[in-house]
Ligand binder design. Structure first.
Ligand code: ADP
Ligand code: MG
Length: 139
């Protein structure tokens, strides 16, 4: 059975450009319930830990620097088929290839600065939710 949660981060450029509210509105309109949410700045070490699966890629260093150089909003989103439905809502990694109307198409600037993160599996959604949130921080 598909899981009920996914983990998102609104990325720094999207917050700095004033699109936090617009992105949250899209998420809520699409039927996701926010069961945990926080605004924070990741340390470089935390960004490196979060994206560890990408450490062999060329984009690992610019990505982790970008993600630790400004504010992020992390949130646990709840819905049936949360991982799959959220990936559909955000669109392809490269905003220029994402479908019309998706969050990355609307608010992304480049493959790196693509507005939002979304978990890629139920297993990673749990790992990523636990990375950011204790049980006391979930409702
Ligand atoms: P997704 O976020 O769609 O699951 P990946 O897990 O492959 O994509 O990559 C994680 C993040 O790394 C992307 O969201 C993006 O910010 C960045 N990234 C991925 N590929 C590239 C690339 N070729 N150049 C720059 N940044 C990239
Ligand atoms: Mg991914």
């Amino acid at each position: 059975m598909a899981g009920r949660i996914t983990l998102t981060m609104i990325k720094p450029h999207a917050i700095e450009n004033g699109n936090l509210g617009n992105i949250l509105a899209k998420i809520i309109e699409a039927g996701f319930r926010i069961s945990g949410m926080k605004l924070m700045r990741l340390s470089l070490k935390q960004a490196q830990e979060f994206y560890k699966i990408h450490e062999e890629h060329d984009f690992y260093k610019p990505l982790t620097e970008f993600m630790s150089n400004g504010p992020i909003v992390a949130a646990i989103l709840e819905k049936d088929d949360a991982v799959e439905d959220f990936r559909k809502l955000i669109g392809a990694t490269d905003p220029s290839k994402a479908d019309e109307g998706t969050i990355r198409r609307l608010f992304g600037q480049s493959t790196k600065e693509n507005a939002v993160h979304g978990s890629d599996s139920d297993e990673n959604a749990k790992i990523e939710a636990d990375f950011f949130f204790s049980l006391l921080e979930r409702y």
